[in-house]
Write a protein that binds this ligand. Structure first.
Ligand code: FE2
Ligand code: FE2
Length: 406
């Protein structure tokens, strides 16, 4: 990580007054940031073509080329540039669009503190995942799993102008083993539904599109790995652990009355938080088996042993893949830092907090799973957020959930 280097940030807004205001508020950041201000998308692309830029912060509504079209071009021509939308009121269509195009959206007026914090978080994740050791491990992997087509079909339907539950259910129904697995899961104690679910359509109606989307993706990924079946690695146990973590994370987020968007993402983050283990187990069979065996038979921490053997850990590897699949930023962040949230630079309770705590609680409650024997809370992180005292309450609500459903 290169902290000393100035971050190069390009601001785009058609209102000169907005740019002036930003320039004024951000003056105090000039030691750390090298800022450029332009009034149109065309000028922004021109700058991007001439010199390196780390982040683009753009308005959405602009004449000629709007922010959406600009970000499509930036994504295509300069994929490494971090994309942030800074806009006035966003309507539903614009919110959807911004989720697809930007790493983060902020609303105007935005003070320097919020902008600084947002950028610090994005840079922390980017630096974390651009470490040379990850690149070297990824380069040794013959084929990374590709995004399952059933998932892309569901997402396309959800993003269409008129998303229909029936259509999503039809997409699921075409895959018989997927349908069976989804029905088996939604009827299991985990979901605590009071009536029996007999069709994908009922499942979508009862659980909602976001939960179904996360279930479909994780069932598909886990089943693909399962075909390579290893006797030494219990994929089903990892899946059950991941499902429990997702339910706990959702419970914690609900308990804190956090944003609905975070509740929607909690299933995905929980279900996929340990995906990196599957990638390591399938691609580095001998050495990962050794790492897991040793972690289980000694007091040593699995993460330390992964770093020792691979220079990176299952958390970064899973997050890296989710980054390639362009999942939402908060999900990638939660996966990347689920063992070491203090490294994330995040200063508020959110998805990462919930996944970190849920994972640790789940390990407390269960028998050791895939090497993660003794998990510890990141006390530095919990103390900084002043939430250490919340753990007993969260443990209680998660326990109640298990008792109610179990
Ligand atoms: Fe983990
Ligand atoms: Fe885990």
């Amino acid at each position: 990580m290169n902290d000393k280097k100035k971050r190069r940030i390009l601001f785009v807004d058609d209102e000169p007054l907005v740019l002036k205001g930003l320039q004024r508020t951000l003056r105090k950041m000039r030691q750390e940031w090298d800022t450029t201000f332009v009034e149109s998308g065309r000028e922004a692309l021109n700058i991007l073509g001439k010199r390196p830029i780390d982040v683009i912060v753009t308005d959405l509504q602009m004449p000629e080329m709007d922010g959406g079209r600009l970000l499509i071009e930036v994504k295509k021509q300069h994929p490494h540039v971090v994309r942030i939308i800074l806009s006035g009121q966003l309507n539903q269509e614009m919110t959807l669009k911004s989720v697809r195009l930007a790493h983060q959206s902020l609303s105007k007026p935005c003070d320097a503190k919020v902008l600084k914090h947002t950028l610090a978080k994005l840079f922390a994740l980017r630096d974390f995942l651009s470490d040379e050791s990850i690149k070297s491990i990824i380069s040794q992997i013959e084929s990374l799993p590709s995004m399952p087509s059933i998932y892309t079909e569901i997402v396309a339907e959800m993003q269409s102008d008129d998303p229909a539950i029936k259509k999503v259910a039809e997409i699921i129904s075409q895959d018989l083993s997927m349908t069976a697995k989804i029905l088996q899961m939604v009827n299991s104690a985990f979901f605590g539904l009071f009536r029996k679910i007999n069709s994908p359509e009922q499942a979508v109606m009862m659980l909602g599109l976001d939960t179904i989307k996360a279930l479909v993706l994780s069932v598909k990924i886990f089943s693909e790995f399962n075909q390579k079946s290893f006797s030494w690695f219990n994929i089903d146990a990892l899946f059950n652990h991941s499902l429990a973590v997702s339910m706990y994370a959702k419970t914690i987020i609900k308990n804190e009355n956090l944003d609905q968007g975070l509740i929607n993402n909690s299933m995905m983050a929980g279900l996929l938080h340990d995906l990196g283990k599957l990638i390591l187990a399938t691609n580095f069979e001998k050495s990962y088996r050794q790492v897991l065996d040793e972690a289980q038979s000694s007091d040593r921490n699995l993460l330390d042993m992964e770093y020792e053997a691979f220079g990176t850990s299952h958390a970064e590897i899973g997050a890296y893949l989710m980054g390639l699949w362009r999942l939402e930023y908060s999900i990638i962040e939660a996966i990347a830092f689920h063992h070491l949230p203090a490294r994330s630079m995040t200063q508020n309770i959110g998805l990462l907090t919930a996944v970190h705590v849920a994972n640790t609680l789940e390990h407390e409650a269960q028998a050791p799973c895939a090497g993660e024997t003794e998990l510890q809370y990141d006390t530095e992180y919990l103390d900084k957020l002043e939430i250490t005292g919340r753990i007993p309450q969260w443990r209680q609500v998660c326990r109640e959930l298990t008792e109610r459903n179990g």
